[in-house]
Design a protein. Structure first.
Length: 364
């Protein structure tokens, strides 16, 4: 009950904070309708002498994510071929545009991203020069890195050649995955913030993807299992923490009797794209292994953590994952079923440098 009271207080605090920040946002609107370069929702807390971000509204549009990502990949490849060419970082692009528009991405920002990226690639300017007088660029850069930091980079994929041999292919690009395996249909809509009433009235702090029982659930990003087991709200749930500690992925309502991929336990290291469990409708019960959720679906949520004091309690930061889910549809993990064990597994193994670094650091 004490935990529920904390959650209720958190919801109230968030409502007051958002209302006050909206007033600040309106106060920052110029007469000609342009927005002053300031965040919509910025509050900085501190632990001792160290400051940290206390709130993030992630309003980056799907179109902006796609445009910035494509410039990142294209300029990375161009820079490999031509040392004079500049690699344009997609998160820096998004932070720059976000800072210019107070965290919003209205129509026209796709073209703005392209214009900015072209100037950076051709060395007409630099991001340092563009952002030097932007008070909140550093805030958006840190906030967006917290959301997207593990999504794009170098990795290797193992594929089978025509003669049956396996070869590792070095790649650069999107190394985060859709949470639903390729070939499995689902439906969804933006339900972040919708009302939920089981236990107590609260906003929905995640994204629901409706599908069929047993659909393989995929690790979005590489990380380690921080929480596994029964939760009366989420049923059989799984919590995976990114290696940099900034992101906590929450997967809930997993399958009755057969929720997780074999061998997963607290501390297990997972690689993006691997099967971690199966869709179900468990939850809304203090008793374990109960199907009290009416609709079969995966609930996944993304919590940002800038300080460990934000992990649980009044200062939790959960973001709207709808546009991220749309974006991650670009990369869906292909799976096959083992008829003997009834487990699903990924077809193409992947080497993520982040996994290798984490394992090496853990041994040292």
């Amino acid at each position: 009950m004490q935990y529920l009271k904390k959650i209720k207080r958190a919801v109230l605090v968030e409502s007051i904070l958002l209302a006050s920040l909206y007033s600040v946002f309106l106060a920052g609107t110029l007469k000609d309708g342009r927005v002053k370069e300031q965040p919509q929702a910025v509050e900085v807390g501190s632990v001792g002498e160290r400051e940290y971000i206390k709130w993030v509204d992630f309003n980056v549009s799907y179109e902006a994510l796609c445009e910035a990502y494509q410039w990142d990949v294209d300029t990375y490849e161009a820079a490999l071929e031509d040392k004079e060419s500049v690699h344009v970082d997609w998160i820096e692009l998004l932070a720059y545009v976000g800072a210019r528009h107070g965290g919003e991405f209205p129509s026209g920002t796709k073209a703005e991203i392209a214009r900015t990226a072209k100037k950076l690639q051709t060395k007409e300017t630099t991001m340092t020069e563009l952002a030097k007088d932007m008070k909140y660029y550093s805030y958006y850069l840190e906030a967006y890195k917290a959301v997207l930091g593990g999504y794009v980079g170098e990795y290797e994929i193992c594929k089978e050649t025509e003669d049956g041999k396996k070869e590792w292919e070095k790649c650069y690009g999107l190394k985060a995955f859709s949470p639903i395996a390729k070939g499995f249909e689902y439906s969804d809509y933006d339900d972040f913030g919708a009302s939920r009433s089981y236990g107590y009235s609260r906003p929905h702090l995640g994204h629901d993807m409706m599908g069929q029982i047993g659909t393989p659930i995929i690790a979005i990003e590489s990380g380690y299992v921080e929480a596994i087991g029964w939760n009366q709200y989420g049923g059989w749930r799984l919590g995976i923490r990114s290696f940099d500690g900034k992101r906590y992925y929450y997967y809930a309502h997993m399958r009755q009797n057969f929720p997780y991929y074999k061998g997963l336990e607290e501390g297990s290291v997972v690689t993006a794209g691997q099967v971690i469990g199966y869709m179900g409708h468990t939850g809304y019960s203090k008793k374990e292994n109960v199907n009290n959720i009416k609709v079969v679906h995966l609930h996944w949520g993304l919590q940002l953590i800038f300080d460990e004091s934000q992990k649980e309690g009044n200062n939790e930061i959960w973001i709207d994952c709808y546009n991220l889910t749309r974006f991650l549809y670009k990369n869906r993990s292909e799976t096959m079923k083992d008829e003997e064990t009834k487990e699903w597994y990924r077809i193409y193994d992947m080497k993520d440098p982040a996994v290798e670094k984490y394992l090496k650091d853990r041994q040292d």
